[in-house]
Design a protein around this ligand. Sequence first.
Ligand SMILES: Cc1cc2nc3c(=O)[nH]c(=O)nc-3n(C[C@H](O)[C@H](O)[C@H](O)COP(=O)(O)OP(=O)(O)OC[C@H]3O[C@@H](n4cnc5c(N)ncnc54)[C@H](O)[C@@H]3O)c2cc1C
Length: 574
Amino acid sequence: MRDISRQATIERLRQDPAPDVLVIGAGINGAAVFRDLALNGVRVVLADRGDIAEGASSALSRMVHGGLRYLETAELDLVREGATERNRLLRNAPHLVAPLRTIVPLYDRLGGTLAAIGRLFRRPSKSGRRGAVLVRIGLALYDWLGRHERTMPRHRMLGRQAALAAMPGLTPDITAAAEYWDGWVSHPERINLELVLDALAAAPQAEALTYMAADGPDAEGVVLRDALTGETLRLAPRIVVNAAGAWIDRVNAPLGINRRMIGGTKGSHLVIDHDGLREALGGAMLYFEAPDGRTCIVFPFLGQVLLGTTDIRVEDADVVRCEEAEVDYLLAVLREVLPAVAVGRENIRFRYSGVRPLPYVDSATPGMIPRTHRLVASEATAGRPFPVLSMVSGKWTTFRSFGEEAADEVLRRLGRARRTGTAGLPIGGGAGFPDDRAAWCAEVAGETGVPRPRIEALMARYGTRARDAARAIAAGPDAPLAALPDHSTAEIAWIARQEMVTRLADVILRRTLVALQGDAGEEAVREVAGVLAGALGWSAARRAEEEAATLALLRERHGAGYPLKATRPVSAIS
Ligand SMILES: Cc1cc2nc3c(=O)[nH]c(=O)nc-3n(C[C@H](O)[C@H](O)[C@H](O)COP(=O)(O)OP(=O)(O)OC[C@H]3O[C@@H](n4cnc5c(N)ncnc54)[C@H](O)[C@@H]3O)c2cc1C
């Protein structure tokens, strides 16, 4: 494969600075349109001011869903689209997306009906809890809207005893529950990355750059500023796609587009390490209403538990973090629904927060802001010789269809025909995913000499890309990390060299789940930095700078400082 390092990419773009399309923002929506255009032969450049998936696309609830609650605001097309994309993701990314059994606790039969009718007509209403009748109607509709390409069971209603048996920790106040199936994604940052890597591998005319911020226009095009060196790179695209999420308005303003498009709301999550809580969930997600009517989720997450979320209007997406009041709120709503489980701040391993890039509306109630995505075109002007297509809103789940919609519009404007589609296209390590995982792992173990339990652990992380990781490990030298014994030096070096790594935080926070799982203690951070320094040729000063920046980020944005687990059980590395 050609050299996709930043330096090589910048040099190529200096030689040839006139792509057809510049996509600004490498969150999930930017990556999706980038992949689609690249596979259709378009000369496209993707640029992010930070890392891939550094914005909302690493801050989600990790649900892959149609959005049951959007039925109440009659966003039926969005629900249908989300449920269909969920079904496709289960097939196209089986290494990271899986079915999720979900329980909705119910407290009466008819509750919430009037409030739901109010919401249907977009009248903000403080709801009582939704009763069994309303939820049953909603789930029947949800099943019907999600029937295309479906592989999961349909919903069923559970009586009180059956509900308490299904989820042993539920409050005895319930009268019944509903059970239905959705999807969840363990590592969305990795899917985001894989879309970019797949495009770069398949399309030699596509280029991607991280830590390169769109910094306004010049006479012919767009100025990109290198966040590491401050140097500029000028590109003259025929079309710009603005996929900057919560920052869309900020990217548009210097391009002379002053229409307000984004009205973001912040949401925060906690990762909790508590065996009692995990067991009380009985392997399912609890999708429940807080007493204030907000919908919250809690589900088992890679040996721990994920709890979310809040919904708070914010003006500046740069400064969000999970505040203490949000922690209080989330722990309180958890206590309401699972009263026998005593979870406290000492059980929190990690917190994260992000801004939903919702469309700007003048609504006082965040829950009432429409979730539907749309592409907003701003035509070329005398001072800006290219049109800008802004990708406003869009759930993570619908990235493929939104990317397709934006790509169709770009192809139309370029006068090109679509050559290929993405609906049935596997993503990254989902390609060639075997029915018989055990046989596949045995084969790769035989080929590389890496022990089979290790291959199984690699496959759980990287899908079929585990074969490449195993080859790198076999080529050695390799040793388990002392502070992260289920990761090894050759594995981290492979990530560093193959996965567009620029900074230490890229690996700690996004290429791996080390931080999310509460394992990013100081020793682990310094050890990973040592491996990256070797693989990427960092000086001692650069290494120290990266360590300090990552530790500060973990402390200030993610609540590190709460007790981190000493070590995880030594698993697959022998
Ligand atoms: C709390 C929360 C929970 C959610 N839960 C779910 C869920 O469970 N399921 C679901 O389907 N969806 C969920 N979502 C929605 C989903 O995460 C987002 O809608 C989606 O990730 C948006 O992707 P994006 O690519 O548009 O934006 P982002 O991921 O924010 O990407 C925008 C990118 O633009 C870059 N950028 C900004 N300025 C510049 C510049 N000047 N130059 C270059 N780049 C720039 C940023 O660095 C960023 O990487 C949730 C969102 C939040 C916040």
